[in-house]
Design a protein around this ligand. Structure first.
Ligand SMILES: [Cu+2]
Length: 530
């Protein structure tokens, strides 16, 4: 209820109350100093009863400069109980520190792409469109069953938002007032939780705890002011196991209103996920706990993943969010050192950042990392869990490594002429052999690269950095400058450097002897130790 709103004026310690039910009731004061009366965000404003508030306020003014009550909006809803709502108790978070700067979560004008922020790039995905109604950014999410292509050859029946999994990236700016309509076209209830976003409790989206579940056919409305910046996420909080594991998730990028630090030229957004999809079927198994055989960057497995493109010298940010069911993903970037600059809890203070080449992205977390793309080339970007760079059928196989299948194969070939036991020399060439796979499934490995077969699938893509670019479209494969490529060593080179390819393998040198052999002009290149 918001029927009675009270404006309060101050005369030293004397509180004078003016009821604003249309007419001021009484004003009993002289030499009155008026406090600015904020209009507040309306129904969300909840402040303390006057009896408690007045002395507290006085105390706050005399003793505590940083009291959370100081400067609070002067609007009171008398029929609300004695607590402070999120909407009023604004605590700007900066580098993880709660600062005392009590104020309304400041609603600024709707942030504009190109003017207030440089939009993120969503490889294989999109950003959710919005419109401005009375100064509020209005979005519409539709939860529904969708058909989704993971990679050429594999189309799955998943759950998503607006036809996609992950759902479109929601991109907003600190200070934006946002309103989300959420329509449920699923066969069961759902809700949306705004992961890591500071908002009033009633907007937090946990069904049963903060709201009723959104029934099939219903459309709910969420509204709040963005009071932070960073990389966060959205997902259902009803039947989490089914709905999240079926693909319902998305990223929320909140840009700073006044960004600090260097300008980011290329800002990429990725959601990580894993799926259990039996080869030949199309519906993920949401109750799987360990055997995930489809690993995705923005819903795509390599070779379905788009490359990231940057110009030499661009400052690049990669944002990763993980809402997969069970696994953490150590995402490794070749060719660069980066710093992790933010999590779903906000910015990491520069003094607390350290260099990495792999960012572990735990389930239910985000990581933002930054680097300067100062080296041209085609650089691998992938999860470092080896099973996460394989596709369907790559797991749970008997260990055939080192087995001699000759006799067995000969007997099998009487029945199946093309039969060949797989895996005795490893798996690296199985994709290359073009092995037959069941209908609606993808080979367990890789794709054709510029130097042969790339045997990574799943969570794998390529960062393409080029000196010259006319657009950020895929520039094709990198041409390595002559003399800068690995290749087979020549006999002359082996001789020159004393490398004996047939020498017995040695584990190393005994302690104390591990010094490089000193080459002398008379050395022929034959080094036999002592
Ligand atoms: Cu992984």
């Amino acid at each position: 209820m918001n029927a009675l709103r009270i404006k309060r004026y101050w005369v030293g310690a004397v509180t004078v109350v003016v009821l604003v039910v249309g007419i001021p009731v009484s004003v009993i004061a002289s030499g009155m100093m008026s406090m600015p009366a904020s209009s507040g965000p309306g129904p969300e404003s909840v402040i303390m009863p006057l009896a408690l508030n007045a002395p507290h306020r006085k105390n706050a003014e005399s003793n505590h400069e940083s009291s959370p009550y100081e400067g609070r909006p002067d609007t009171i809803t008398v029929d609300e109980p004695k607590h402070i709502s999120r909407a009023d108790d604004a605590r700007p978070y900066e580098a993880g520190v709660v600062k005392s700067a009590p104020a309304e979560p400041q609603t600024l004008g709707p942030g504009e792409p190109g003017k207030d922020y440089i939009p993120v790039i969503v490889p294989n995905g999109t950003t959710l469109p919005w419109k401005v109604i009375d100064g509020v950014k209005v979005f519409h999410l539709i939860a529904e069953s969708i058909k989704h292509e993971v990679a050429p050859g594999l189309v799955i029946t998943a759950y998503g938002y607006n036809g996609q999994t992950p759902g479109p990236v929601i991109e907003v700016v600190e200070g934006d007032r946002v309103r989300f309509y959420v329509t449920n076209r699923l066969p069961e209830k759902t809700s949306i939780h705004w992961h890591g976003i500071l908002l009033p409790n009633g907007m937090d989206g946990v069904s049963g705890l903060n709201q009723e579940g959104i029934k099939p056919g219903e459309t709910y409305k969420y509204e709040f002011t963005i009071r932070q910046h960073g990389t966060n996420m959205y997902h259902p909080h009803f039947d989490e196991m089914t709905q999240i594991n079926m693909g319902m998730m998305g990223m929320i990028v909140m840009h700073a209103r006044k960004p600090q630090g260097p300008i980011i030229d290329r800002d990429f957004a990725y959601m990580l996920n894993e799926w259990a999809i039996t080869a030949g079927t199309s519906r993920p198994n949401p109750s799987e706990m360990s055997d995930f055989n489809i690993l995705t960057f923005n819903g795509k497995s390599s070779p379905g993943t788009a490359p990231l493109v940057a110009k030499t010298g661009d400052r690049v940010r990669l944002r990763f969010g993980n809402l997969g069911p069970m696994n953490h993903h150590p995402i490794h970037l070749h060719g660069f050192q980066f710093k992790i600059t933010g999590t779903d809890g906000g910015d990491i203070d520069p003094a607390a950042q350290w260099p990495e080449t792999t960012a572990l992205v735990p389930v239910g977390s985000t990581r933002a990392l930054e680097f300067v793309a100062d080296a041209p080339g085609d650089w691998a970007l992938h999860c470092h869990m080896t099973h996460h760079i394989m596709n369907q059928m790559g797991h749970g196989l008997p260990n055939m490594l080192g087995i001699d299948p000759t006799g067995f194969d000969a007997r099998m070939q009487r029945l199946l002429p093309d039969y060949m036991t797989m895996g005795v020399h490893g798996m690296g060439e199985m994709g290359e052999m073009g092995m037959q796979v069941p209908e609606n499934s993808i080979p367990m490995q890789g794709s054709e690269g510029p130097h042969g077969y790339i045997d990574m699938g799943g969570m794998f893509t390529v960062l393409k950095v080029r000196d010259q670019l006319t657009s950020y479209d895929d520039p094709g494969w990198y041409q390595q400058p002559v003399g800068t490529s690995a290749r087979a060593a020549s006999p002359e080179e082996l001789l020159h450097d004393g490398i004996e390819v047939n020498a017995p393998a040695k584990a190393g040198m005994p302690e104390g002897e591990a010094q490089p052999h000193k080459a002398t002009p008379s050395d022929s290149g034959h080094h036999h130790g002592q």
